[in-house]
Design a protein around this ligand. Structure first.
Ligand code: ARG
Length: 463
């Protein structure tokens, strides 16, 4: 078998080594990006008169045919194709003969593979961002449809203070917004043309990288050949961006799983996104959400995997780098599908508002409100805290609760309590009074909802 590099060797490559080193199984996904990069390269070679214009045209015709074959799925991969780059070059030589052997002029697979990955991400990341935007919109719509629902906020998973469900859901919209920012940043930082640095030191041929960058839509051109062929920061950053997105989805999944338990019964999950048990007839299990939670672990492991891959690499290209694509593709795919499935599941969730409100009443969740009432009357907060803690202890001993305790009982703890305390002892009053920026008051939450609707509408029109 003849490889791109066979000329150097007298004997044959071991079939075992051939199978071991092949990356075609994974990088064939880069086929169309590889062709696009090659076309830009060939046009540049022709313009710069590095190859005759007539030959550049022949190469472009061949590459167009290969593009069609790849699109139609009729491209014939061969057992000995080492990777997508050699498969395409092999096919081009089949189609154009000797001229095809000029394709790889002033280029190496080392800069080529980075180009392909960057072109892939220029499509994959914006698509992921669109999906995340859609999920944000679904969260906003769910929040809006349940605008008045009050639930307990938890700290340490102990009831803490009442909040609007909408406020809780908007917390995830915020997280996803940061995710979009991170993914966009990663993409913007990687917006540098790698092609043209060849194997590691640049080329002696009179190439024009500016034209190639413009044709392929890169803002900048990489400045250091050694860095360019060995840099995978852009993959680490984007995979990390995905991993953190997955962590956020995982936390949302966990909230929903918890809320759907018999113990909480805050929600019913849509049946289309649950499974049954092969033995227990009564079961309705949240497997889809559990898998989102589980796949967040796969994404997090990929970040570690990539960092480990890079850690000990001497400059410049090393074959270890081939393994980056396993992490990259897996994480891109699982993130997109998790975002998609979460956006499809959420509209089917039924919220049990009475149950949620009842839970919000429990656990003395208005104790802070009472302490702040005392503060308004001039009691130092630390003292107010002590008084309220005493009231809670009293309730625990007597089985009373903060809402039913009489005014005279309150007054036995502090003469500062007056009749105007009583209207404060409702969930609605509690959330309505949390008016400072960022709090759960309906006024603020409604403003946030409107803001998000505007932001998401305008971002939906961004290509
Ligand atoms: N399949 C290789 C990769 O993904 C392409 C680059 C090969 N370069 C080389 N010097 N063997 O990294």
């Amino acid at each position: 078998m003849v490889y791109l590099w066979s000329g150097r060797f007298a004997g044959n490559f071991s079939p075992l080594a051939e199978k071991f080193t092949s990356s075609l199984g994974i990088d064939r996904r880069l086929g169309l990006f590889d062709v696009r990069g090659s076309m830009a390269h060939v046009r540049m070679l022709g313009r710069q008169k590095i190859i005759p214009a007539r030959e550049a045209r022949i190469l472009l015709t061949g590459l167009r045919k290969i593009k069609t074959e790849l699109e139609k799925g009729s491209f014939q991969f061969q057992e000995h194709d080492e990777d997508i780059h050699s498969a395409i070059e092999r096919r081009l030589v089949e189609l154009t003969g000797k001229i095809g052997e000029k394709l790889h002029t002033a280029r190496s697979r080392n800069d080529q593979v980075v180009l392909d990955e960057k072109l892939f991400l220029k499509e994959a990341v914006p698509e992921m961002l669109r999906q995340i935007r859609k999920l944000q919109l679904v969260l906003v719509q769910t929040a809006e449809a349940n605008r008045c629902v009050i639930m307990p906020a938890y700290t340490h998973l102990q009831p803490a203070q009442p909040v609007l469900l909408a406020h809780h859901l908007l917390a995830y919209v915020e997280m996803l917004e940061r995710d979009c920012g991170r993914l966009n940043d990663g993409l913007a930082r990687s917006d540098e043309l790698p092609l043209g640095v060849a194997a590691c030191a640049g080329t002696t041929l009179p190439i024009d990288r500016h034209k190639v960058a413009a044709e392929l839509g890169f803002k900048r051109i990489s400045r250091n050949s050694l860095d360019t062929v060995s840099d995978r920061d852009f993959i680490v950053e984007i995979v990390f961006g995905c991993a953190l997105t997955m962590i956020h989805l995982s936390r949302l999944a966990e909230d929903l799983i918890l809320w759907s338990t018999q113990e909480f019964r805050f929600i019913d999950l849509p049946e289309q996104f649950c499974t049954g048990s092969s033995i227990m007839p009564q079961k309705k299990n949240p497997d889809v959400l559990e898998l989102i939670r589980g796949r967040a672990a796969v994404a997090a492991a990929a970040v570690t995997g990539l960092l480990s891959l890079m850690k000990g690499l001497p400059l410049a290209y090393n074959r270890d780098l081939q393994e980056d694509k396993h992490f990259l593709f897996e994480v891109i795919d699982l993130t997109v599908s998790s975002v998609e499935v979460m956006a499809a599941l959420l509209p089917g969730v039924v919220f049990h508002r009475e149950r949620m409100a009842r839970a919000a009443q429990e656990g003395f969740s208005l104790a802070t409100d009472i302490a702040e009432y005392l503060v308004e009357k001039g009691v130092p907060f630390r003292e107010a805290h002590r008084i309220c803690a005493g009231i809670v202890r009293h309730c625990l001993q007597t089985g009373a609760d903060l809402k039913t305790l009489s005014l005279s009982s309150y007054r036995s703890f502090s003469p500062v309590f007056e009749a105007d305390l009583l209207p404060r002892l409702s969930l609605r009053s509690s959330v309505c009074r949390r008016r400072a920026i960022g709090g759960t008051s309906p006024v603020w939450v409604t403003r946030q909802l409107n803001q998000w609707k505007k932001t998401l509408k305008s971002s939906a029109t961004v290509p």
